[in-house]
Write a protein of this length. Structure first.
Lengths: 498, 340, 158
């Protein structure tokens, strides 16, 4: 079979001492980028892009890819330990991961996150190998109507994530959707809600929102309450996942892998969306959904698997068709072109060395990351012994520098601080912030594809019924909303008597 | 663990300087440049601002140029992507906030002209001095190789539009050349297209590949791979004459009988007007020497763009920029968008 | 807290109205379909509806939270909390203001020890300054030296 042959040739290309070194460096930098709040994979890759010009193409791309998926491994660490996501795709890991840490099970959460990432990453690469061209061809047929339907389904899932007051959740979703609308409207070219400000015309930076809402607000909450003592200073006994953890996590990891893979495949999808949706799904299918957010390992294993699978499948449209699905893969495409490789349908034939070499490097990188991360779990957990007086100021400085480095714009720092104060205030009043972030990510994609569909269609909304895939997804979204509405009603009634 | 640590330190320390190592060999133009080099300049690495995201077409050109600038001058520099607002944020920074000491320069394109209009009077194209031209390329009009318009070329497409008004789907990017070009095609066919808005040329090409639009425009680097893979076909190019990259493909002008369907991209170096004249002169000479390097021309060619030998001095470039701004203004007036 | 919760709900109602109003100005529909303002209008409607719902709930239940909704018992729970919170916000804001002049490293060296003392007033200033210098130094090594990030520079050249 030529897949096997190609893959073997790829390993031959990649298994040189020099390339192994590049992958290793990429894995280490990626983990570090993931651990450090404030700096995400996109900023790190654009900072390192110039350096790759001097490297051989395969090594350069392998290193950049390793940084991308390495950051998905590292992102969970601060989420679990200090409730501050290392990057946007780890926001949901905070919910149950940090709750586990409070119960002294930080090690189990971190170990399961690494293993889940590894399993998902590896499964993703296997499917990537076997079916890249076919899946790529499928992804490309998805037009605006299918996207609009998919995003609607995603927003419906957001509602599943809300644990407390549905009214407050609705407000957060609306707020997120509005904040995302600030900036230029791509359909008319008009500026919306910018009040004449050039800074606002660029829109609000997702990284600044996430770091503010989750990082700065968490630090504010802790510092404010510091007299009450540290919550997580508990026992650090269980470092490894138990047999029960494994049993609970197995299915979520597989589900997360499948979901993440499907979402990563589509342009516009990506690890952030994948992790949120996986969490929503786990809460939906898991037993006792009310205990989610209180330390369920499924809430860590599923999303961490999903974000890694999304990274693997995100490579498919890039490598098989030359189409970047998100900002990070667009950057990888630039790196290929800078290195003299033209991504596109012919790359598999013209530059088989790069195509298979990069795929082979994904296997090696994932093994490196598992080997790097599992033994380090014990070490990371020791991070909890660092006094908050040292940890929090250092994290704040990192968040400032990292957020600045994404756009080199001081305005983003004010956005970060502002969202930190707002997030801190709202959390005290029982508002959940995760739906805001998901709405912030999904609403613009929904708006764009919906408006594109309406323009494309000579007969209005009928276009959603004429395209079977879109119709099925819309039906699923409506079904899910009805289900939630019904279930809410019964639980409120029952809860009302208690 | 020791190997680990050494590898990490060696790796991370070596990376940023890999580019500088290449600049070590002395370039033939270096001596002439050093003769006019202002004293005490550059004091620190020069920031080359690209207003579009890393990895995009403009960014790739910027990084190639930056590398040759270092090779020619032996000075350190770096590309900085000041992105946002479809270029408005970076252009505004260059025109109004960038330091005036020559340590920040812009690698910009003719899109700066429409951004100046969008800036609502905060700044104008003439607030920048345009000191060295880099390259230019036309827009390629593409159809799907398996789609309904695989034969018949642009003429066939326009006839179909005439026969069935409001059904031909064209990928559009609002407020720029894509839109102007579509309008010219609409005028030629005497009917309307469905203008499907996208965030940039790339997503439009993706939609074309999936047969979700019927016609899309793209730069050569964006479409070359798909042409080689036999998925897309060129039906026409913008500009006064055919492009050497697609010699068989006719110009839009020749098909629709106009002379102003010349929308494309032209890239150059600009600095804030207040930068001292000697620094501007040195920068201009350095970039001219870089663009004259056959190795850089080769890199441009790989990206699908060619330098314009006619624009070899800042004066000629400034005149050309003024002319481009005038052509766009004239079009906006003629199409009823602007009053003067 | 119930009163504050209600006040915030009222704020959402006002914000929702303002959003719907200004979205309407943008145009809810145009010939080819939904207009610029339709989506922000829907977002504003969601905020407005949520706010109204919360106000109704406040009147009906007297501000009783639903299960899973974790409202703090009172706004300031720990002694000295307003001081620490205000100091943290002021110091971070001060650092952002100072960055263009001092650069990140120097702003950190000045700001971090103050934050350290705000969080752990029982520790000495010496410990605070050492921590600040080490943290700012490693940040600088990581970003400016190893990653080569172009950062604003201070008067000392870094």
């Amino acid at each position: 079979m030529d897949t096997i042959g190609g893959l073997l040739a790829g390993f031959e290309v990649i298994l040189t001492w020099q390339n192994i070194q590049f992958i290793f460096i990429g894995s280490v930098i990626g983990t570090l980028i993931g651990v450090l709040p404030g700096i995400g994979p996109l900023a790190a890759l654009s900072l390192l892009l110039p350096a790759t010009v001097a490297l051989p193409p395969v090594g350069a791309i392998a290193m950049l890819c390793a940084i991308f998926y390495g950051s998905m491994y590292g992102g969970s660490i601060t989420s679990v330990l200090v409730n501050i996501p290392g990057e946007a795709a780890s926001v949901v890991t905070c919910l149950d991961g940090h709750a586990m840490a409070k119960q002294g099970r930080a090690g189990a959460a971190l170990g399961m996150a690494a293993l889940g990432s590894f399993i998902a990453g590896t499964l993703g690469i296997i499917v990537l190998c076997l079916a890249a061209p076919m899946l790529g061809a499928f992804a490309i047929r998805m037009g605006p109507p299918e996207y609009a339907a998919l995003m609607l389904l995603g927003l419906a899932c957001t509602i599943l994530m809300i644990q407390g007051s549905a009214l407050k959740g609705a407000i957060m979703i609306g707020l997120g959707a509005w904040l995302a609308a600030i900036g230029m409207d791509i359909v008319t070219g008009e500026f919306r809600f910018t009040a004449g400000s050039v800074d606002l015309s660029a829109g609000i930076e997702l990284l600044a929102v996430v770091i503010g809402l989750f990082g700065v607000s968490e630090i504010l909450l802790n510092v404010e309450q510091s007299a009450r003592g540290m919550a997580v200073k508990a026992k650090l006994s269980a470092v490894w996942p138990t047999r029960a953890d494994w049993k609970a996590s197995f299915a979520p990891i597989l589900r997360g892998s499948g979901l993440g893979f499907a979402i990563g495949l589509l342009p516009g999808g990506g690890p952030v969306t994948a992790s949120f949706l996986s969490y929503a799904v786990e809460r939906r299918v898991g037993k006792n959904p009310e205990t989610f957010g209180k330390g369920r390992i499924e809430g860590v294993a599923g999303p961490e698997a999903a974000n890694n699978a999304a990274v693997s499948s995100g490579m498919i449209p890039l490598l098989s068709l030359g189409i970047p699905g998100n900002a990070v893969t667009a950057l990888l495409m630039g790196a290929l072109i800078i290195n003299g490789v033209q991504p596109g349908p012919t790359m598999m034939a013209d530059r088989a060395d790069v195509f298979w070499g990069v795929i082979a490097s994904l296997y090696i990188g994932n093994v490196f990351l598992l080997v790097l991360n599992l033994p380090l779990v014990g070490l990371w957990v020791q991070l909890l012994r660092v006094p908050y007086a040292v940890l929090f100021p250092a994290i704040l400085l990192l968040a400032l520098v990292g957020t600045y480095s994404a756009n080199r714009n001081l305005f983003d720092l004010w956005v970060m601080l502002g969202f930190g104060v707002v997030g801190w205030f709202l959390r005290k009043l029982g508002y959940e912030l995760a739906p805001l972030v998901l709405a912030f990510v999904l609403a613009p994609l929904l708006e764009q594809s919906l408006r594109q569909s309406m323009v494309m269609s000579p007969d209005g909304a009928m276009i959603f019924l004429q395209r079977p895939l879109a119709a099925v997804m819309i039906a699923a979204a409506v079904g899910m909303l009805l289900l939630v509405a019904f279930k809410r009603k019964t639980t409120t009634l029952v809860g009302g008597t208690a | 663990m020791t190997i680990t640590r050494r590898g990490l330190i060696a790796g991370s320390a070596a990376l940023p300087f890999a580019g500088a190592a290449m600049a070590q060999e002395t370039h033939p133009a270096r001596a002439a440049l050093n003769a006019i080099k202002p004293a005490g300049y550059p004091r620190e690495p020069i920031e080359m601002v690209v207003v579009y995201p890393a990895g995009g077409g403009m960014d790739i050109t910027g990084r190639v140029v930056q590398r040759f600038f270092e090779r020619v001058t032996g000075e350190r520099s770096f590309v900085n992507n000041r992105t946002g607002g479809a270029g408005l944020v970076g252009h505004t920074w260059l025109a109004t906030q960038a330091p005036h000491d020559g340590h920040a320069i812009g690698i910009i394109a003719n899109l700066v002209i429409s951004d100046a209009a969008r800036s609502q009077g905060r700044w104008q194209v003439s607030d920048l001095d345009h000191i060295a031209h880099l390259n230019a390329e036309p827009l390629n009009l593409m159809v799907n190789a398996d789609g309904p318009f695989k034969t018949g070329g642009l003429r066939g497409l326009l006839e179909a539009a005439r026969a069935r008004p409001g059904t031909i789907r064209v990928a559009n990017v609002v407020g720029g050349y894509y839109e102007y070009l579509i309008e010219q095609l609409e005028q030629a066919s005497g009917s309307r297209f469905l203008k499907v808005p996208f965030q940039g040329g790339g997503p439009g090409i993706t939609a074309l590949l999936g047969n979700n639009v019927d016609l899309a425009f793209g730069f050569f680097a964006e479409v070359r791979g798909h042409m080689q893979g036999n998925r897309l076909l060129p039906v026409a190019v913008t500009g006064r004459q055919s492009t050497p990259f697609l010699p068989e493909t006719p110009t839009v002008n020749s098909i629709i009988g106009r002379n102003d369907a010349n929308w494309g991209v032209s890239r150059w170096i600009a600095v804030p007007k207040a930068v001292p004249a000697d620094r501007k002169a040195w920068l201009a000479a350095a970039f001219r020497a870089a663009v004259a390097d056959p190795a850089l021309v080769e890199e441009f060619r790989n990206l699908g763009a060619l330098p314009d030998p006619a624009l070899d001095t800042p004066e000629k470039l400034n005149a050309a920029v003024a002319q481009m701004a005038e052509a766009e203004r004239a079009y906006l007036v003629a199409s009823g968008r602007a009053t003067r | 807290m119930a009163r504050l919760d209600a006040a915030v709900s009222l704020f959402w109602v006002l914000l929702g109205i303002a959003l719907c109003w200004s979205s309407k100005e943008l145009g809810l529909s145009d010939p080819s379909g939904p207009g610029s303002g339709l989506f922000p209008f829907l977002a504003g409607l969601l905020v407005l509806a949520g706010g109204v719902g919360l106000l109704v709930r406040h009147v009906v239940t007297g501000g009783q939270p639903v299960p899973g909704e974790e409202i703090a018992a009172q706004f300031w729970e720990a002694p000295g909390a307003p001081f620490r919170t205000a100091m943290l916000i002021i110091v971070v804001a001060g650092m952002i203001i100072a960055v263009p002049w001092l650069g990140f490293a120097l702003a950190g060296v000045i700001g971090l020890p103050i934050l350290f003392r705000v969080i752990a007033p029982e520790k000495s200033w010496m410990a605070a300054i050492v921590t600040g210098v080490i943290a700012a130094g490693s940040m600088h090594l990581l970003f400016a030296v190893a990653l080569g990030t172009p950062l604003p520079r201070g008067p000392l050249g870094f």
